[in-house]
Design a protein around this ligand. Structure first.
Ligand SMILES: NC(=O)C1=CN([C@@H]2O[C@H](COP(=O)(O)OP(=O)(O)OC[C@H]3O[C@@H](n4cnc5c(N)ncnc54)[C@H](OP(=O)(O)O)[C@@H]3O)[C@@H](O)[C@H]2O)C=CC1
Ligand SMILES: O=C(O)CCC(=O)C(=O)O
Length: 479
């Protein structure tokens, strides 16, 4: 009989209806059977997190440090095995899977250190004889709702700071990819977390996620996913007056200027647009290219795109793994059709690829002759589809880059210090990349966007404390 991977509620592993987690590279390969939580399970998990909060919020920093550190060590020691699990359930290539697991380990390591560096401020008051202390306190029960595209890194960069700063947690991973989150919750539990501090409720957003949104006992929600669900999180949170943080879509530009190094430009765009099968909110799907380099660049990028090796995520020759599921595949192929109907020219890829196994394989698609008003240049596709937009000069490139409702990541490829500096200052995005891909960020610095991409304080690095703590200002008269 296949093992059932259970939910973790109040320190106990709890079963229920199980659902198969299927490998998108090979539909015959079942990664595991994972329990789906009910409304009642979710309510019990929230109640457990609430009950565990008073003790955990007062726990010693050494205890938090030790648990986070032990978790980091185990994740890093098992990176090959966990990388394979991740690649099997989500479809990114094995090096990408191992890379993501490594990043998760580094995140826990970073926050293990942060637990020892908690600090406040002591200031004199404007009133003589009075002292002012500024401290940070944990928020309470944090609900974490995560997407399918980074099944271990995103849960890690939400769980680690939440626990580090003394909060208790209820996490709901994406229904499509529960295995990686299950693995880190299991590691954290064995590392010594007291019962109820971390609760895992796998299952559907419409059941588990919705119950979290509606619960007045969830004090804060950190969400990553689509704009539509992000809006629901915001509306529900405003209703109960809770803190919330949203990371949503992107329509990230990469500007390529006449003076760019052609090789750097092609590799940077190919990576930004197509690696991880384009399933990154930081992926670059708008490539804005000035006239002088346009034809040379397009020719070289089209050749690179046609040559990208699509296949089984675990095959060492594969550069681009499968699309995650049939619904995302349909979204990708629909947009490839829409782009052609809109008048853009499909110069490379876009066709289904057949392999030995039944999987959702798609050759990355490159459009040229696109304009920034086309749907393929305005709407997030979340697949390996990129559109080249030709512009006259840097000024027009910057205007086109900023002409979007999103503002997560923006890239420029140039050898000009003047344009690089101007772009860093004037790109309307939370993250700007000069001669490096728009996707693939560091784990120890702030992550997040502007405009329609993000809401609330930044995630990751020291900046994570803004969301996961409450600031208190205390005045004391010396007496
Ligand atoms: N910016 C990013 O990082 C991401 C963006 N996306 C974008 O979103 C599109 C759709 O992807 P999808 O995974 O469906 O994104 P969703 O926003 O639907 O999913 C993100 C998370 O929210 C949960 N959720 C769904 N409905 C609710 C609800 N009513 N209440 C609470 N939680 C809910 C999901 O649960 P469930 O398990 O049921 O899916 C999942 O855990 C993609 O094509 C892409 O454009 C997607 C993933 C990441
Ligand atoms: O590009 C990255 O490293 C992170 C991307 C990400 O967080 C996302 O796609 O959700």
């Amino acid at each position: 009989m296949t093992e059932l991977f259970k939910n973790l509620i109040d320190g106990e592993w709890v079963g229920g209806e199980g659902v198969e987690n299927v490998n998108p590279s090979n539909l015959k390969d079942v990664v595991g059977v994972y329990a789906r939580a009910t409304v009642e399970d979710t309510q019990r998990a929230i109640a457990a997190a609430k009950a565990a909060f008073p003790a955990w919020s007062r726990s010693g920093i050494l205890e938090r440090h030790a648990i986070l550190r032990k978790t980091a060590d185990e994740i890093l020691a098992r990176k090959q095995e966990l990388g394979e699990l991740l690649s099997r359930e989500e479809g990114k290539t094995l090096p990408e899977g191992i890379g993501e697991v490594t990043r998760a380990g580094q995140i826990f390591d970073f926050f293990a250190g942060e637990a020892l560096r908690l600090s406040g401020e002591v200031l004199p008051s404007v009133r003589p004889g009075v002292g002012v202390e500024i401290t940070r306190e944990p928020v309470g029960v944090i609900g974490l709702i995560t997407p399918w595209n980074f099944p271990i890194a995103i849960p890690s960069w939400k769980i680690a700071p939440a626990l580090c700063y003394g909060n208790t947690v209820v996490i709901k991973p994406a229904d499509l990819v529960p295995a990686s989150t299950w693995a880190i919750v299991d590691i954290l539990q064995r590392a010594g977390l007291p019962k109820g501090v971390l609760n895992l409720v796998m299952g559907k957003g419409s059941v588990v996620g919705q119950t979290m949104l509606e619960s007045p006992d969830v004090d804060a929600i950190s969400f990553t996913g689509s704009v539509g669900t992000g809006r629901r999180v915001a509306e529900a949170s405003v209703k109960v007056g809770r803190k919330y943080q949203l990371e949503m879509g992107g329509k990230n530009p990469t500007v390529v200027l006449d003076d760019a190094d052609l090789k750097v430009a092609v590799e940077s765009v190919a990576q930004s647009a197509f690696f991880s099968t384009g399933q990154r909110c930081t992926a670059s799907s708008r490539v804005i290219v000035t006239e002088g380099i346009h034809d040379r660049f397009v020719e070289a990028l089209a050749e690179r795109t046609r040559g990208l090796r699509v296949g089984d995520a675990l095959d060492k020759n594969t550069e681009i793994g499968p699309v995650v599921d049939p619904s995302q595949l349909k979204q990708d192929t629909d947009y490839i059709e829409i782009g052609q109907q809109e008048g853009a020219k499909l110069v490379a890829g876009g066709e289904r690829v057949s392999k030995d196994t039944d999987g959702y394989f798609l050759q990355p698609a490159l459009f040229t002759e696109a304009t920034n008003s086309m749907r393929i240049a305005r709407e997030e596709i979340f697949g390996p589809v990129a559109a080249v937009i030709r512009v006259k000069d840097y000024e027009e490139a910057l205007a086109v880059a900023n002409d979007t409702e999103f503002g997560l990541s923006a890239g420029i490829v140039t050898t000009s210090l003047k344009y690089a500096t101007h772009f860093k200052r004037n790109a309307e995005a939370g993250m700007v990349m000069v001669n490096v891909p728009t996707a693939g960020v560091d784990f120890h610095v702030p992550f997040g966007g502007r405009k329609g991409s993000s809401f609330g304080p930044r995630e990751q690095g020291r900046y994570a404390q803004e969301f996961f703590t409450l600031v208190k200002t205390a005045y004391t008269a010396a007496g």
